[in-house]
Design a protein around this ligand. Structure first.
Ligand SMILES: Nc1ncnc2c1ncn2[C@@H]1O[C@H](COP(=O)(O)OP(=O)(O)O)[C@@H](O)[C@H]1O
Ligand SMILES: C[C@@](O)(CCOP(=O)(O)O)CC(=O)O
Ligand SMILES: [Mg+2]
Length: 404
């Protein structure tokens, strides 16, 4: 990035097909990237000020970089990562720096931002100013990985502005290591937002595609996956991933003999899905039996998640409406409201989908028909002759396409 350049970064959200929550406890999950992305504009400035415009959560602030609590960082170097965890002392100083938060969403977004700036800029002798503005097509806090998508674009933009990675990281000879670095920092930001994330969301947002994921072991490509018709329905019931993940951990601690087998059963669901796609690839299963199996697994997985205490009446309503039309749905992401995913067989005609969407719309829900399995994070240099920081998400997407 040169002083005159500005960069657009974007990263996808994700849909978890199988394995949410269980994946936090070292079980398999199956997830794919979504066509809905978060876009971020970053411009380097010479004034030592960082300006942050997060319109999706209503943040518009700026701070001199000199006011950051650089002295509160412990000298605890872990590779290129100077801050291991956000200790209480540093957290207090950052909360003071932020001033008031209108809600938890702002607090989580700002603390993740501060954490990344402190981590990346602490070792630097000179700290350049910058202007960041983000816009997302993802519903925030609805189970489609908006936090991971935000964490990935933020980590990427800051790694670029502080000269850790080049703008063309994705096509460079070192791309594998650059993607790993982005993913590692994004995971740290997810930890600030989620408390105890598995890492599946940031891995999908960073690398894209359809993956199986095991915490601590990373991900592999979902062999045999080509495409899948899905309907996503947002109940618009607000919930927090952080609180839901903590709730499952409490249930597991209180009833280990009951909850552990449920988590193992969910592991089995994810592995069956993985094997079903492999069988399709090897020609030992046809597309019709694959989709029938996926529908049954969707049903089983939802009921297991219900037993973990993460469903919601609005999600049961979606299951009932789609079920009346022969379609299988499950909650996706952390649950407790948020989104459900419905598998659509090839032979289901658009009229049926329209009817179902109209019924879901009548309940006040939003529906999305979007592609899955697309690319992960990417960045492009753009010409910044005008003030582009406040453009709309549609403008950001259009501009990105132009420079790709
Ligand atoms: N576009 C965004 N801009 C700023 N913060 C965001 C954005 N998207 C997500 N976040 C942060 O992530 C939080 C939502 O994360 P989470 O509860 O995990 O839900 P999700 O399922 O959408 O990932 C928000 O409260 C906010 O702090
Ligand atoms: C519940 C969980 O499995 C997925 C959470 O996804 P989301 O934040 O609700 O999009 C948590 C995790 O994997 O970190
Ligand atoms: Mg999240």
């Amino acid at each position: 990035m040169t002083a005159s350049n500005s960069v657009l970064v974007s990263a996808p959200g994700k849909v978890i097909l199988f394995g949410e929550h269980a994946v936090v406890h070292q079980k398999y999950a199956v997830a794919a990237s979504l066509g809905l992305r978060t876009h971020l504009y970053i411009e380097r400035t010479q004034d030592g000020i960082c300006t942050l415009e997060l319109s999706d959560v209503g943040v518009s602030r700026h701070w001199p970089l000199s006011s950051f609590p650089w002295d509160a960082v412990r000298d605890e170097k872990e590779g290129d990562h100077p801050i291991k965890d956000m200790d209480a002392g540093l957290k207090t100083r950052l909360v003071e720096l932020a001033g008031d938060f209108a809600n938890d969403a702002q607090e989580q977004a700002l603390m993740a931002f501060f954490y990344l700036v402190m981590s990346l800029a602490t070792p630097l002798k000179e700290r350049t100013g910058f202007k960041i503005s983000t816009r997302s097509f993802l519903p925030v806090g609805a189970g489609l990985g908006s936090s991971a998508s935000y964490s990935v674009v933020l980590a990427t933009a800051l790694l670029i502005v502080f000269d850790y990675i080049p703008v063309d990281f994705a096509s460079s000879a070192n791309s594998a290591s650059y993607f790993e670095t982005i993913n590692r920092y994004a995971f740290k930001a997810e930890q600030v937002i989620h408390g105890n994330p598995s890492g599946v969301d940031n891995a999908v947002a960073a690398f894209g595609g359809a993956k199986t994921f095991l915490k601590g072991k990373g991900f592999s490509t979902l062999e045999g996956f080509q495409s899948l018709r899905l309907l996503l329905t947002n109940t618009k019931v607000p919930r927090s991933t952080n609180a839901l993940v903590a709730g499952v951990a409490r249930r597991k601690e209180k009833y280990p003999e009951v909850i552990d087998p449920i988590l193992t059963a969910i592991d089995g669901v994810s592995l069956r899905c993985k094997n079903a796609f492999l069988d399709l690839q090897n020609g030992t299963k046809d597309a019709t039996s694959l989709i029938t199996e996926l529908e049954e697994l969707v049903d089983i997985n939802h009921c297991l998640l219900y037993a973990l205490g993460v469903s919601h009446p609005s999600l049961e309503k979606i299951r009932s409406i789609t079920g009346d039309h022969g379609l299988a749905s499950k909650l996706t992401g952390a649950g407790g409201g948020g989104c459900a995913v419905t598998v659509i067989r090839d032979e289901v005609d658009q009229a049926t989908i329209d009817t179902v969407m109209a019924l879901l719309g009548k309940e006040g829900f939003d529906c999305y028909q979007t592609s899955v399995g697309g690319p992960g994070v990417r960045a492009v240099n753009i010409d910044a002759n005008e003030d582009l920081a406040w453009m709309s998400r549609v403008d950001m997407e259009t501009l990105e396409q132009k420079f790709l």
